[in-house]
Design a protein around this ligand. Structure first.
Ligand code: HEC
Ligand code: HEC
Ligand code: HEC
Ligand code: HEC
Length: 438
């Protein structure tokens, strides 16, 4: 797929798995997904992909097999086989982009092999980085790019000590993508598992001192906004905006001609690429396979008879007023939301769009959702079996067997930081709190 010679595509690692360990429930689905990600990244035609700790979730043997199968240019400067001390993947990669020689190295944090895996170890990146940088310099690389799956502070320290590194891309548990400067090095931070693509345009000029790169991103953005203002007549004096735009354009042209510059842009993979026909077909195939696996699984949760989830229909029998309110909230449509995306059988999705997922008295097989579709009463008020078993007339017993005011902790298992940015319990609670009375 890759067809332009002036494009460099890299991945900083942690592409394949969500965590370092997976349960047997996750295994089938995650392996299928990782296979799909490899296939897609293979077709995109990456130049280098760093090995992150979470790429080793299923072992090094697995990763090196897949690396060969999909011809993935994995790079790891500090991952070696214990016996031979030979690098497990490419120690570094050199790529020619528009006649500029770019040397790429990759490092990961220290982790240990799993039992049954081949013997390998992770060398201390602090000693490895300067050695590889020197090798790349000796081979006349003009730009040095470090890919790292290492904690932010630690890696910035290494970057500041190795001033020959021009660019670094850091992956890991990064919440957002951004650019920043460490010493003189430009650092890009990324999301994991290919969820976003950061595009950086980099220009090098013979006239400029070697290490200085100007960030053109804000200037180009301001220019674009000025043009938009003019076009749509969005206020301000047109004369003045025109003048501003001209100044900005002159600045951009000068930088592009005479300076080292870079420019960044972020694409969300979910929205931009999932619609591409060939990608969509592959996703559909995996979704179907995931569903087949799930159907084969016979998973039973431990069941405490007092903690059984009973489903909203029961509650509605006595709490019609609250039911009528709830059914209008989006919690009552949460399952349908997944169905629309054809994701109702994915163990990565279903848990927060149903009731009692992986809870005592709940369920853990997407095919056994039965009457627990949607975020129902019991997601907030707790499993209802004991409440049902008490006599309707014994109001005290009824009250003792159910939680009236849900705690914040009941919300945030679904409204995680990642899911709901800026979740504020008192504010959000107001929006979904059932009315009082009969
Ligand atoms: C047979 C009727 C009946 C059913 C079925 C029933 N409840 Fe209740 N519920 C009551 C009565 C009676 C009370 C106590 C009086 C009151 O607070 O309204 C009560 C109280 C409550 C309270 C308030 C507790 C308090 O401390 O004031 C909540 C919350 C509640 N029920 C939720 C549920 C949920 C969730 C379900 C379904 C799992 C459910 N109820 C099923 C009859 C019922
Ligand atoms: C089992 C997971 C789960 C729990 C528990 C949960 N939510 Fe939600 N919540 C969701 C999902 C999923 C949606 C989006 C549903 C959709 O649009 O399909 C949502 C939507 C919402 C909305 C938007 C409501 C609307 O009608 O537009 C609010 C507000 C909200 N939740 C607040 C809360 C609060 C407060 C709690 C705790 C008292 C809570 N939620 C507990 C999963 C959950
Ligand atoms: C950790 C809990 C959690 C998981 C896992 C989860 N969701 Fe959700 N989902 C939510 C919550 C909470 C909302 C409510 C929207 C919000 O707060 O941003 C939501 C909303 C949605 C929406 C409504 C549109 C939107 O974005 O607001 C869609 C579609 C959706 N989820 C699909 C999925 C899919 C597909 C997966 C699996 C890849 C998934 N969800 C996994 C909790 C979750
Ligand atoms: C997203 C969380 C959530 C869901 C889902 C939910 N509730 Fe509630 N419910 C609340 C909150 C919050 C309150 C208000 C508690 C308070 O502050 O008094 C409440 C209050 C109640 C009360 C007490 C009313 C009173 O008289 O004070 C009952 C009964 C109740 N809910 C029943 C239900 C039933 C039945 C369902 C399902 C049809 C349901 N709830 C679904 C969050 C939820």
């Amino acid at each position: 797929m890759k067809n332009t010679e002036d494009l460099l595509i890299v991945d900083a690692g942690n592409m394949l798995f969500k965590t370092q360990n997976m349960t047997s429930l996750q295994q089938d689905e995650w392996l299928l997904k990782s296979e799909l990600l490899l296939k897609i990244e293979g077709e995109i035609g990456l130049d280098a992909i760093n090995v992150g700790v979470r790429d080793l979730t299923n072992g090094l043997s697995y990763l090196s097999e897949r690396s060969e199968k999909y011809k993935m240019p994995f790079v790891s400067s500090n991952l070696v086989y214990t016996k031979t001390q030979k690098p497990a993947f490419n120690e570094f990669v050199i790529v020619d982009v528009s006649g500029i020689k770019i040397g790429i190295l990759g490092v990961t944090e220290g982790i240990n092999p799993k039992p049954n895996d081949v013997d390998w170890e992770v060398k201390d990146y602090k000693t490895i980085v300067p050695q590889i940088v020197k090798k790349l310099k000796d081979q006349d690389c003009e730009i040095i790019l470090l890919l790292a799956n290492v904690g932010k502070e630690q890696i910035e320290k290494v970057i500041k000590e190795n001033t020959d590194i021009n660019f670094a891309v850091i992956s890991g548990n990064q919440e957002q993508t951004s650019t920043q400067i460490a010493g003189e090095t430009i650092v890009f931070r990324t999301k994991d598992r290919g969820r976003s693509i950061g595009i950086a345009e980099i220009g090098k000029s013979k006239k400029s001192p070697e290490k200085m790169f100007v960030d053109l991103t804000p200037t180009e953005l301001a220019y674009k906004q000025a043009l938009e203002k003019l076009e749509k007549n969005l206020g301000g004096s047109p004369e003045q905006i025109k003048k501003e735009a001209e100044t900005l354009l002159a600045k951009i042209e000068d930088s592009r001609k005479n300076k080292n510059f870079y420019k960044t842009e972020l694409l969300d993979v979910d929205t931009k690429f999932a619609d591409k026909k060939e990608v969509k077909t592959q996703i559909d195939v995996v979704t179907k396979k995931v569903a087949d696996f799930a159907q084969q699984q016979k998973l039973v949760q431990g069941i405490d008879p007092n903690k059984l989830f009973v489903g909203q229909a029961k509650c509605a029998e006595c709490h019609a007023k609250q039911y009528n309110f709830w059914v209008e909230t989006s919690h009552a449509k949460a399952y349908q939301t997944l169905v629309k995306e054809n994701k109702q059988f994915s163990v990565d999705c279903v848990g927060c769009h149903v009731t009692g997922w992986e809870e005592n008295g709940g369920f853990s097989n997407p095919y056994q959702v039965d009457n627990l579709k949607d975020v129902q009463c019991e997601s907030c008020h707790g499993a209802g079996k004991a409440h049902l078993l008490t006599s309707r007339e014994d109001v005290d017993a009824k009250r003792k067997t159910i939680t009236k005011v849900p705690a914040e902790s009941s919300c945030v298992k679904c409204h995680t930081k990642e899911q709901t940015e800026g979740f504020k319990f008192p504010v959000h609670k107001q929006l979904i709190a059932c009315p009082s009375g009969k």
